[in-house]
Design a protein around this ligand. Structure first.
Ligand code: HEC
Ligand code: HEC
Ligand code: HEC
Ligand code: HEC
Length: 348
Protein backbone atom coordinates (compact mmCIF):
# COMPACT_ATOMS: atom_id res chain seq x y z
CA UNK A 1 0.00 0.00 0.00
CA UNK A 2 2.76 2.39 0.99
CA UNK A 3 4.58 1.58 -2.24
CA UNK A 4 1.41 2.21 -4.25
CA UNK A 5 1.00 5.61 -2.62
CA UNK A 6 4.62 6.51 -3.34
CA UNK A 7 4.19 5.47 -6.96
CA UNK A 8 1.02 7.52 -7.26
CA UNK A 9 2.76 10.50 -5.73
CA UNK A 10 5.67 10.13 -8.15
CA UNK A 11 3.31 9.97 -11.17
CA UNK A 12 1.36 13.00 -9.96
CA UNK A 13 4.57 15.00 -9.54
CA UNK A 14 5.78 13.96 -12.99
CA UNK A 15 2.48 15.04 -14.61
CA UNK A 16 2.42 18.30 -12.68
CA UNK A 17 5.96 19.23 -13.62
CA UNK A 18 5.39 18.62 -17.34
CA UNK A 19 2.17 20.60 -17.13
CA UNK A 20 3.98 23.52 -15.49
CA UNK A 21 6.97 23.56 -17.79
CA UNK A 22 4.88 23.91 -20.96
CA UNK A 23 7.08 25.15 -23.80
CA UNK A 24 9.71 26.36 -21.36
CA UNK A 25 13.26 25.42 -22.21
CA UNK A 26 15.23 23.96 -19.34
CA UNK A 27 18.61 25.53 -18.86
CA UNK A 28 21.43 23.01 -19.23
CA UNK A 29 24.09 23.90 -16.66
CA UNK A 30 27.82 24.30 -17.35
CA UNK A 31 28.86 21.08 -15.59
CA UNK A 32 26.50 19.04 -17.77
CA UNK A 33 28.63 20.02 -20.79
CA UNK A 34 31.86 18.78 -19.22
CA UNK A 35 31.79 15.39 -20.92
CA UNK A 36 31.09 16.77 -24.40
CA UNK A 37 33.41 19.80 -24.17
CA UNK A 38 36.04 18.92 -21.53
CA UNK A 39 38.68 21.50 -22.55
CA UNK A 40 36.21 24.37 -22.84
CA UNK A 41 34.66 23.42 -19.52
CA UNK A 42 38.12 23.31 -17.88
CA UNK A 43 38.89 26.72 -19.38
CA UNK A 44 35.54 28.05 -18.08
CA UNK A 45 36.43 26.87 -14.55
CA UNK A 46 39.59 29.01 -14.73
CA UNK A 47 37.32 32.05 -14.35
CA UNK A 48 37.61 31.32 -10.63
CA UNK A 49 41.33 32.08 -10.65
CA UNK A 50 42.27 35.43 -9.23
CA UNK A 51 45.42 37.00 -10.61
CA UNK A 52 46.36 40.65 -10.76
CA UNK A 53 48.06 42.63 -13.54
CA UNK A 54 49.55 46.10 -13.06
CA UNK A 55 46.27 47.92 -13.78
CA UNK A 56 43.72 45.12 -14.10
CA UNK A 57 43.14 41.47 -13.45
CA UNK A 58 40.69 39.62 -11.25
CA UNK A 59 41.58 40.50 -7.67
CA UNK A 60 38.60 42.38 -6.17
CA UNK A 61 40.66 45.28 -4.81
CA UNK A 62 38.77 48.08 -3.06
CA UNK A 63 38.54 51.02 -5.47
CA UNK A 64 37.33 53.33 -2.67
CA UNK A 65 40.64 52.72 -0.90
CA UNK A 66 42.74 52.94 -4.05
CA UNK A 67 41.05 56.14 -5.29
CA UNK A 68 39.79 57.94 -2.14
CA UNK A 69 38.24 60.76 -4.23
CA UNK A 70 35.56 58.27 -5.34
CA UNK A 71 33.89 58.65 -1.94
CA UNK A 72 33.37 62.33 -2.74
CA UNK A 73 32.35 61.79 -6.38
CA UNK A 74 29.84 59.06 -5.44
CA UNK A 75 28.59 60.69 -2.22
CA UNK A 76 24.91 59.79 -1.80
CA UNK A 77 25.17 56.89 -4.27
CA UNK A 78 25.65 53.34 -3.08
CA UNK A 79 28.94 53.11 -5.00
CA UNK A 80 30.37 55.21 -2.16
CA UNK A 81 29.53 52.29 0.15
CA UNK A 82 31.18 49.49 -1.82
CA UNK A 83 33.07 49.44 -5.11
CA UNK A 84 35.32 46.48 -5.83
CA UNK A 85 37.12 45.58 -9.03
CA UNK A 86 35.31 42.98 -11.14
CA UNK A 87 36.45 39.37 -11.00
CA UNK A 88 35.64 36.28 -13.06
CA UNK A 89 32.22 35.31 -14.43
CA UNK A 90 32.01 32.36 -12.04
CA UNK A 91 31.63 34.84 -9.14
CA UNK A 92 28.98 37.08 -10.71
CA UNK A 93 25.95 35.63 -8.91
CA UNK A 94 27.50 35.41 -5.45
CA UNK A 95 28.97 38.91 -5.76
CA UNK A 96 25.59 40.50 -6.54
CA UNK A 97 23.98 38.60 -3.66
CA UNK A 98 26.63 39.76 -1.18
CA UNK A 99 27.22 43.33 -2.32
CA UNK A 100 26.44 46.04 0.24
CA UNK A 101 25.11 48.29 -2.51
CA UNK A 102 21.36 48.76 -2.81
CA UNK A 103 19.48 46.45 -5.17
CA UNK A 104 16.47 48.26 -6.64
CA UNK A 105 14.93 45.11 -8.15
CA UNK A 106 15.37 41.54 -9.29
CA UNK A 107 16.59 42.95 -12.61
CA UNK A 108 20.00 43.30 -10.90
CA UNK A 109 20.23 39.57 -11.62
CA UNK A 110 19.81 40.13 -15.31
CA UNK A 111 23.56 40.17 -16.09
CA UNK A 112 24.60 37.62 -13.47
CA UNK A 113 22.55 34.53 -14.25
CA UNK A 114 20.38 33.05 -16.96
CA UNK A 115 18.07 32.14 -14.08
CA UNK A 116 16.76 35.67 -14.58
CA UNK A 117 15.54 34.69 -18.06
CA UNK A 118 13.45 31.96 -16.42
CA UNK A 119 12.13 34.44 -13.89
CA UNK A 120 10.95 36.70 -16.72
CA UNK A 121 9.42 33.73 -18.49
CA UNK A 122 7.57 32.82 -15.33
CA UNK A 123 6.46 36.27 -14.11
CA UNK A 124 6.55 38.34 -17.29
CA UNK A 125 7.42 42.05 -17.04
CA UNK A 126 6.69 41.99 -13.30
CA UNK A 127 9.94 40.03 -12.77
CA UNK A 128 12.13 43.12 -13.12
CA UNK A 129 10.67 44.96 -10.12
CA UNK A 130 10.39 41.94 -7.81
CA UNK A 131 12.12 42.44 -4.47
CA UNK A 132 15.67 41.14 -4.93
CA UNK A 133 15.79 39.41 -1.54
CA UNK A 134 12.45 37.65 -2.16
CA UNK A 135 13.63 35.87 -5.30
CA UNK A 136 14.75 32.28 -4.73
CA UNK A 137 18.26 32.12 -6.15
CA UNK A 138 19.19 28.69 -4.83
CA UNK A 139 18.63 26.97 -8.20
CA UNK A 140 20.24 29.72 -10.25
CA UNK A 141 23.67 29.35 -11.78
CA UNK A 142 26.20 32.16 -12.29
CA UNK A 143 27.01 33.26 -15.91
CA UNK A 144 27.44 30.05 -17.90
CA UNK A 145 27.10 28.44 -21.33
CA UNK A 146 23.38 29.29 -21.64
CA UNK A 147 24.00 33.05 -21.46
CA UNK A 148 25.84 33.05 -24.80
CA UNK A 149 24.79 29.76 -26.44
CA UNK A 150 21.41 28.83 -24.99
CA UNK A 151 21.53 25.02 -25.08
CA UNK A 152 23.69 24.82 -28.20
CA UNK A 153 27.35 25.32 -27.25
CA UNK A 154 29.21 26.92 -30.13
CA UNK A 155 26.21 28.83 -31.53
CA UNK A 156 26.26 32.48 -30.42
CA UNK A 157 22.81 33.60 -29.27
CA UNK A 158 21.88 36.99 -27.84
CA UNK A 159 19.73 36.11 -24.83
CA UNK A 160 19.33 39.60 -23.35
CA UNK A 161 16.33 41.50 -24.72
CA UNK A 162 17.65 44.91 -23.60
CA UNK A 163 20.43 44.55 -26.20
CA UNK A 164 18.07 43.45 -28.97
CA UNK A 165 15.83 46.42 -28.16
CA UNK A 166 18.77 48.84 -28.23
CA UNK A 167 20.07 47.42 -31.51
CA UNK A 168 16.77 48.21 -33.22
CA UNK A 169 17.54 51.90 -32.70
CA UNK A 170 21.28 52.01 -33.42
CA UNK A 171 22.66 52.46 -36.90
CA UNK A 172 25.61 50.37 -38.01
CA UNK A 173 26.66 46.79 -38.40
CA UNK A 174 27.82 44.96 -35.34
CA UNK A 175 29.70 41.71 -35.06
CA UNK A 176 28.65 38.73 -32.93
CA UNK A 177 32.11 38.68 -31.33
CA UNK A 178 31.29 42.09 -29.81
CA UNK A 179 27.54 41.67 -29.29
CA UNK A 180 27.95 38.52 -27.23
CA UNK A 181 29.76 40.62 -24.61
CA UNK A 182 27.56 43.70 -25.16
CA UNK A 183 24.75 41.75 -23.53
CA UNK A 184 26.26 42.88 -20.22
CA UNK A 185 29.38 45.02 -20.74
CA UNK A 186 27.42 48.16 -21.58
CA UNK A 187 25.99 51.33 -20.07
CA UNK A 188 22.38 50.99 -18.88
CA UNK A 189 19.89 52.30 -16.38
CA UNK A 190 16.80 50.82 -14.78
CA UNK A 191 13.42 52.18 -15.77
CA UNK A 192 12.33 54.12 -12.65
CA UNK A 193 8.94 52.36 -12.59
CA UNK A 194 9.34 48.90 -14.09
CA UNK A 195 13.03 48.43 -13.09
CA UNK A 196 13.65 47.03 -16.54
CA UNK A 197 17.21 47.27 -17.91
CA UNK A 198 17.37 49.94 -20.63
CA UNK A 199 20.38 50.93 -22.72
CA UNK A 200 20.57 54.68 -23.48
CA UNK A 201 21.85 54.04 -26.98
CA UNK A 202 18.93 55.16 -29.15
CA UNK A 203 20.82 58.27 -30.32
CA UNK A 204 24.14 56.52 -30.73
CA UNK A 205 27.02 55.11 -28.71
CA UNK A 206 29.14 58.17 -27.89
CA UNK A 207 28.97 59.71 -24.40
CA UNK A 208 27.35 62.88 -25.82
CA UNK A 209 24.68 60.86 -27.61
CA UNK A 210 23.90 58.77 -24.54
CA UNK A 211 23.81 61.91 -22.41
CA UNK A 212 21.32 63.42 -24.87
CA UNK A 213 19.07 60.39 -24.35
CA UNK A 214 19.17 60.79 -20.56
CA UNK A 215 18.38 64.50 -20.90
CA UNK A 216 15.47 63.78 -23.26
CA UNK A 217 13.84 61.34 -20.84
CA UNK A 218 14.83 63.51 -17.89
CA UNK A 219 16.65 60.65 -16.15
CA UNK A 220 18.87 61.04 -13.11
CA UNK A 221 20.58 58.29 -11.10
CA UNK A 222 20.90 60.44 -7.99
CA UNK A 223 21.23 63.98 -6.74
CA UNK A 224 24.67 64.72 -5.33
CA UNK A 225 24.04 65.93 -1.76
CA UNK A 226 26.91 68.45 -1.73
CA UNK A 227 26.71 69.92 -5.21
CA UNK A 228 22.97 69.54 -5.76
CA UNK A 229 23.62 68.26 -9.31
CA UNK A 230 21.40 65.62 -10.90
CA UNK A 231 23.96 62.99 -11.82
CA UNK A 232 24.36 59.87 -13.90
CA UNK A 233 26.50 56.95 -12.72
CA UNK A 234 28.09 55.39 -15.77
CA UNK A 235 28.23 51.60 -15.44
CA UNK A 236 30.61 49.53 -17.57
CA UNK A 237 30.47 50.72 -21.19
CA UNK A 238 33.18 48.44 -22.57
CA UNK A 239 31.26 47.89 -25.80
CA UNK A 240 30.51 51.57 -26.39
CA UNK A 241 34.01 52.84 -25.53
CA UNK A 242 35.52 50.23 -27.85
CA UNK A 243 33.75 51.74 -30.89
CA UNK A 244 36.08 53.64 -33.20
CA UNK A 245 39.29 52.32 -31.63
CA UNK A 246 42.17 51.12 -33.80
CA UNK A 247 41.28 47.48 -33.24
CA UNK A 248 37.53 48.01 -33.74
CA UNK A 249 38.20 49.78 -37.04
CA UNK A 250 40.21 46.75 -38.15
CA UNK A 251 37.35 44.36 -37.38
CA UNK A 252 39.00 42.89 -34.26
CA UNK A 253 36.30 41.96 -31.72
CA UNK A 254 36.27 41.41 -27.96
CA UNK A 255 36.74 37.69 -28.42
CA UNK A 256 39.89 38.08 -30.57
CA UNK A 257 41.75 39.28 -27.49
CA UNK A 258 39.62 37.87 -24.66
CA UNK A 259 39.01 34.38 -26.09
CA UNK A 260 42.31 33.52 -27.80
CA UNK A 261 43.00 30.15 -29.39
CA UNK A 262 43.99 27.31 -27.11
CA UNK A 263 44.88 23.75 -27.99
CA UNK A 264 42.41 20.91 -27.41
CA UNK A 265 43.38 17.37 -26.38
CA UNK A 266 43.61 16.22 -30.03
CA UNK A 267 45.65 19.22 -31.12
CA UNK A 268 42.58 21.05 -32.48
CA UNK A 269 42.15 24.78 -31.99
CA UNK A 270 39.48 25.89 -29.50
CA UNK A 271 38.51 29.34 -28.18
CA UNK A 272 39.58 29.89 -24.56
CA UNK A 273 36.61 30.46 -22.23
CA UNK A 274 38.41 32.31 -19.45
CA UNK A 275 37.31 35.96 -19.70
CA UNK A 276 40.04 37.94 -18.04
CA UNK A 277 42.97 40.27 -18.76
CA UNK A 278 44.44 39.41 -22.20
CA UNK A 279 47.82 40.43 -20.79
CA UNK A 280 47.82 36.97 -19.16
CA UNK A 281 47.59 35.37 -22.63
CA UNK A 282 49.52 37.99 -24.57
CA UNK A 283 51.26 35.50 -26.91
CA UNK A 284 47.99 33.94 -28.12
CA UNK A 285 45.92 37.15 -27.89
CA UNK A 286 48.22 39.73 -29.45
CA UNK A 287 51.60 38.65 -30.77
CA UNK A 288 50.15 36.99 -33.89
CA UNK A 289 49.52 40.52 -35.19
CA UNK A 290 52.08 42.47 -33.18
CA UNK A 291 55.06 40.57 -34.49
CA UNK A 292 57.51 43.40 -33.83
CA UNK A 293 56.89 43.02 -30.12
CA UNK A 294 57.75 40.57 -27.37
CA UNK A 295 55.37 39.80 -24.52
CA UNK A 296 57.38 42.19 -22.33
CA UNK A 297 57.60 45.09 -24.78
CA UNK A 298 53.89 44.94 -25.73
CA UNK A 299 52.90 44.72 -22.06
CA UNK A 300 55.00 47.82 -21.49
CA UNK A 301 53.29 49.63 -24.39
CA UNK A 302 49.90 48.82 -22.86
CA UNK A 303 50.98 49.85 -19.37
CA UNK A 304 52.42 53.15 -20.61
CA UNK A 305 49.02 53.94 -22.15
CA UNK A 306 47.18 52.83 -19.02
CA UNK A 307 49.51 54.92 -16.83
CA UNK A 308 48.82 58.02 -18.93
CA UNK A 309 45.07 57.40 -18.77
CA UNK A 310 45.15 56.85 -15.02
CA UNK A 311 47.05 60.10 -14.54
CA UNK A 312 44.45 62.03 -16.56
CA UNK A 313 41.66 60.26 -14.66
CA UNK A 314 43.17 61.28 -11.30
CA UNK A 315 43.65 64.88 -12.42
CA UNK A 316 40.08 65.10 -13.71
CA UNK A 317 38.66 63.52 -10.56
CA UNK A 318 40.43 66.07 -8.33
CA UNK A 319 39.08 68.93 -10.47
CA UNK A 320 35.55 67.55 -9.99
CA UNK A 321 36.19 67.33 -6.23
CA UNK A 322 37.08 71.05 -6.37
CA UNK A 323 33.89 71.75 -8.32
CA UNK A 324 31.81 69.91 -5.74
CA UNK A 325 33.48 71.94 -2.99
CA UNK A 326 32.80 75.19 -4.82
CA UNK A 327 29.14 74.28 -5.37
CA UNK A 328 28.73 73.26 -1.74
CA UNK A 329 29.67 76.78 -0.68
CA UNK A 330 28.26 78.58 -3.70
CA UNK A 331 25.20 80.10 -2.01
CA UNK A 332 27.07 81.34 1.06
CA UNK A 333 29.78 82.66 -1.27
CA UNK A 334 27.13 84.79 -2.97
CA UNK A 335 27.30 83.07 -6.38
CA UNK A 336 24.23 83.88 -8.52
CA UNK A 337 21.53 81.25 -9.06
CA UNK A 338 22.19 81.27 -12.84
CA UNK A 339 25.84 80.42 -12.32
CA UNK A 340 24.97 77.66 -9.84
CA UNK A 341 22.52 76.06 -12.27
CA UNK A 342 25.13 76.20 -15.02
CA UNK A 343 27.83 74.67 -12.80
CA UNK A 344 25.47 71.89 -11.70
CA UNK A 345 24.74 71.12 -15.33
CA UNK A 346 28.49 70.85 -15.95
CA UNK A 347 28.82 68.56 -12.96
CA UNK A 348 26.10 66.35 -14.45
C1 HEC B 1 42.93 44.48 -28.80
C2 HEC B 1 42.60 43.57 -27.72
C3 HEC B 1 41.32 43.79 -26.94
C4 HEC B 1 40.04 43.89 -27.43
C5 HEC B 1 39.60 43.82 -28.87
C6 HEC B 1 39.17 44.06 -26.28
N1 HEC B 1 39.90 44.06 -25.13
FE1 HEC B 1 39.18 44.15 -23.25
N2 HEC B 1 41.07 44.36 -22.53
C7 HEC B 1 42.21 44.26 -23.29
C8 HEC B 1 43.35 44.60 -22.44
C9 HEC B 1 44.82 44.60 -22.87
C10 HEC B 1 42.84 44.91 -21.16
C11 HEC B 1 43.62 45.38 -19.93
C12 HEC B 1 43.92 44.24 -19.02
C13 HEC B 1 44.83 44.59 -17.88
O1 HEC B 1 45.00 45.77 -17.54
O2 HEC B 1 45.38 43.65 -17.29
C14 HEC B 1 41.39 44.73 -21.26
C15 HEC B 1 40.51 44.90 -20.20
C16 HEC B 1 39.17 44.56 -20.23
C17 HEC B 1 38.31 44.47 -19.09
C18 HEC B 1 38.76 44.68 -17.65
C19 HEC B 1 39.47 43.43 -17.23
C20 HEC B 1 40.47 43.59 -16.14
O3 HEC B 1 41.16 42.59 -15.89
O4 HEC B 1 40.62 44.65 -15.55
C21 HEC B 1 37.05 44.15 -19.54
C22 HEC B 1 35.82 43.94 -18.71
C23 HEC B 1 37.14 44.04 -20.98
N3 HEC B 1 38.44 44.29 -21.37
C24 HEC B 1 36.09 43.75 -21.82
C25 HEC B 1 36.14 43.88 -23.21
C26 HEC B 1 35.00 43.90 -24.09
C27 HEC B 1 33.57 43.72 -23.65
C28 HEC B 1 35.48 44.05 -25.36
C29 HEC B 1 34.70 44.22 -26.65
C30 HEC B 1 33.74 45.30 -26.67
C31 HEC B 1 36.94 44.11 -25.27
N4 HEC B 1 37.29 44.02 -23.96
C32 HEC B 1 37.79 44.20 -26.36
C33 HEC B 1 42.30 43.91 -24.62
C34 HEC B 1 41.22 43.90 -25.49
C1 HEC C 1 30.36 34.90 -22.44
C2 HEC C 1 29.88 34.11 -23.57
C3 HEC C 1 30.18 32.64 -23.60
C4 HEC C 1 29.93 31.73 -22.61
C5 HEC C 1 29.43 31.98 -21.22
C6 HEC C 1 30.29 30.44 -23.15
N1 HEC C 1 30.73 30.59 -24.43
FE1 HEC C 1 31.26 29.09 -25.72
N2 HEC C 1 31.75 30.45 -27.14
C7 HEC C 1 31.54 31.80 -27.04
C8 HEC C 1 31.99 32.45 -28.25
C9 HEC C 1 31.95 33.93 -28.53
C10 HEC C 1 32.44 31.42 -29.11
C11 HEC C 1 32.97 31.56 -30.54
C12 HEC C 1 34.44 31.82 -30.46
C13 HEC C 1 35.04 32.03 -31.84
O1 HEC C 1 34.32 32.03 -32.84
O2 HEC C 1 36.26 32.21 -31.87
C14 HEC C 1 32.24 30.18 -28.38
C15 HEC C 1 32.53 28.93 -28.92
C16 HEC C 1 32.18 27.73 -28.29
C17 HEC C 1 32.29 26.43 -28.92
C18 HEC C 1 32.77 26.14 -30.34
C19 HEC C 1 34.23 25.78 -30.29
C20 HEC C 1 34.83 25.58 -31.65
O3 HEC C 1 35.08 24.43 -32.01
O4 HEC C 1 35.03 26.59 -32.35
C21 HEC C 1 31.85 25.52 -28.01
C22 HEC C 1 31.77 24.01 -28.18
C23 HEC C 1 31.50 26.24 -26.80
N3 HEC C 1 31.70 27.59 -27.01
C24 HEC C 1 31.06 25.66 -25.64
C25 HEC C 1 30.77 26.35 -24.47
C26 HEC C 1 30.45 25.73 -23.21
C27 HEC C 1 30.38 24.23 -22.97
C28 HEC C 1 30.24 26.73 -22.31
C29 HEC C 1 29.96 26.61 -20.82
C30 HEC C 1 30.89 25.82 -20.03
C31 HEC C 1 30.40 27.99 -23.01
N4 HEC C 1 30.75 27.72 -24.31
C32 HEC C 1 30.22 29.25 -22.45
C33 HEC C 1 31.03 32.49 -25.95
C34 HEC C 1 30.67 31.92 -24.75
C1 HEC D 1 25.56 37.66 -18.79
C2 HEC D 1 26.39 38.82 -18.57
C3 HEC D 1 27.81 38.84 -19.11
C4 HEC D 1 28.25 38.48 -20.37
C5 HEC D 1 27.44 37.93 -21.53
C6 HEC D 1 29.66 38.75 -20.38
N1 HEC D 1 30.06 39.24 -19.16
FE1 HEC D 1 31.97 39.65 -18.59
N2 HEC D 1 31.36 40.04 -16.69
C7 HEC D 1 30.04 40.06 -16.28
C8 HEC D 1 29.98 40.36 -14.86
C9 HEC D 1 28.72 40.51 -14.02
C10 HEC D 1 31.33 40.49 -14.41
C11 HEC D 1 31.80 40.79 -12.99
C12 HEC D 1 31.70 39.55 -12.13
C13 HEC D 1 32.10 39.78 -10.67
O1 HEC D 1 32.93 40.67 -10.39
O2 HEC D 1 31.59 39.07 -9.80
C14 HEC D 1 32.16 40.29 -15.60
C15 HEC D 1 33.55 40.34 -15.59
C16 HEC D 1 34.34 40.30 -16.74
C17 HEC D 1 35.77 40.52 -16.78
C18 HEC D 1 36.67 40.84 -15.58
C19 HEC D 1 37.25 39.57 -15.02
C20 HEC D 1 38.74 39.56 -14.99
O3 HEC D 1 39.32 38.48 -14.67
O4 HEC D 1 39.38 40.58 -15.28
C21 HEC D 1 36.16 40.42 -18.09
C22 HEC D 1 37.56 40.59 -18.64
C23 HEC D 1 34.98 40.12 -18.87
N3 HEC D 1 33.89 40.04 -18.02
C24 HEC D 1 34.97 39.98 -20.24
C25 HEC D 1 33.86 39.53 -20.98
C26 HEC D 1 33.89 39.25 -22.40
C27 HEC D 1 35.11 39.41 -23.28
C28 HEC D 1 32.64 38.84 -22.75
C29 HEC D 1 32.16 38.38 -24.10
C30 HEC D 1 32.82 37.20 -24.66
C31 HEC D 1 31.81 38.88 -21.54
N4 HEC D 1 32.60 39.31 -20.50
C32 HEC D 1 30.47 38.55 -21.49
C33 HEC D 1 28.93 39.82 -17.07
C34 HEC D 1 28.97 39.33 -18.37
C1 HEC E 1 44.19 41.35 -35.71
C2 HEC E 1 45.46 41.94 -35.37
C3 HEC E 1 45.67 42.53 -33.99
C4 HEC E 1 45.46 41.91 -32.77
C5 HEC E 1 44.92 40.53 -32.49
C6 HEC E 1 45.88 42.86 -31.76
N1 HEC E 1 46.31 44.02 -32.34
FE1 HEC E 1 46.93 45.70 -31.40
N2 HEC E 1 47.01 46.72 -33.14
C7 HEC E 1 46.93 46.12 -34.38
C8 HEC E 1 47.23 47.13 -35.40
C9 HEC E 1 47.31 46.89 -36.90
C10 HEC E 1 47.45 48.34 -34.72
C11 HEC E 1 47.80 49.70 -35.31
C12 HEC E 1 49.26 49.72 -35.67
C13 HEC E 1 50.09 49.79 -34.45
O1 HEC E 1 49.92 50.74 -33.68
O2 HEC E 1 50.91 48.88 -34.22
C14 HEC E 1 47.33 48.04 -33.29
C15 HEC E 1 47.53 48.96 -32.26
C16 HEC E 1 47.75 48.62 -30.95
C17 HEC E 1 48.15 49.52 -29.90
C18 HEC E 1 48.36 51.01 -30.05
C19 HEC E 1 47.05 51.70 -29.74
C20 HEC E 1 47.19 53.16 -29.54
O3 HEC E 1 46.13 53.75 -29.26
O4 HEC E 1 48.28 53.71 -29.60
C21 HEC E 1 48.27 48.80 -28.76
C22 HEC E 1 48.67 49.29 -27.38
C23 HEC E 1 47.94 47.43 -29.09
N3 HEC E 1 47.62 47.36 -30.42
C24 HEC E 1 47.93 46.40 -28.18
C25 HEC E 1 47.39 45.14 -28.44
C26 HEC E 1 47.23 44.12 -27.44
C27 HEC E 1 47.68 44.22 -25.99
C28 HEC E 1 46.64 43.05 -28.05
C29 HEC E 1 46.21 41.75 -27.45
C30 HEC E 1 45.47 41.81 -26.19
C31 HEC E 1 46.45 43.42 -29.45
N4 HEC E 1 46.91 44.68 -29.65
C32 HEC E 1 45.86 42.59 -30.41
C33 HEC E 1 46.59 44.81 -34.65
C34 HEC E 1 46.21 43.86 -33.70
Amino acid sequence: MKKMLLLLAAITIAILSTACSGSKEDIISASEWEEEHPEIYASYLENSEMEETTYGGSVPIDYLEKYPYLKVLYEGNSFSVEYLRARGHTYALEDIIHTERSKPGASCLSCKTSGFLELVEEHGEEAHAMVFEDVDKSEMETISCYDCHKNEPGVITITREHLNTALEGIEGEFKDGDLVCAQCHVEYHLDPETKEVIMPSVNGLTPAEMMAFYDEVNYTDWVHPSSGAELLKVQHPEWETYQGSIHNNMGVTCITCHMPDMEGADGETLPAHQWTSPLKTIEASCLGCHQDYTAESLTKRVEDLQGAVEEKMNETALLIVDLIDALKNAESDGITEDKIVEARQLHR
